[in-house]
Design a binder for this molecule. Structure first.
Ligand SMILES: [Zn+2]
Length: 99
């Protein structure tokens, strides 16, 4: 789980997901209220994991499976990506350039 670089407190999974949902680049620390930013490395990792979700839509095209199974794979992957994202999250006090 990510650790706040300002107050050194760990964010819980729930707090990380909640912070991640604010469309803002900076995420407010639930402990000290200071803005925290995703490191460029962690932004790349979370970005790549999110890209995996639409790829599951190709599976039913390649293999002849029923739409119910295809939807289950899609939802399952989305849940896994959603679940691992806070683990991939790494925080920084300053906003980093992506490239
Ligand atoms: Zn903090």
């Amino acid at each position: 789980m990510p650790t706040c670089k300002n107050c050194k407190q760990d964010w819980t999974w729930k707090q990380t997901v909640k912070s991640g949902f604010t469309m803002d680049i900076g995420m407010k620390c639930p402990h000290c209220d200071k803005k925290q930013y995703l490191t460029s490395k962690s932004r790349k990792k979370t970005g790549l994991s999110i890209i995996a979700i639409p790829f599951t839509l190709i599976i039913p095209v390649l293999f002849e499976i029923s739409s119910i199974i295809a939807i289950s794979i899609f939802i399952g992957t989305a849940l896994i990506v959603f679940g691992i994202n806070p683990i991939l999250t790494d925080l920084s006090n300053e906003e980093e350039q992506l490239w």
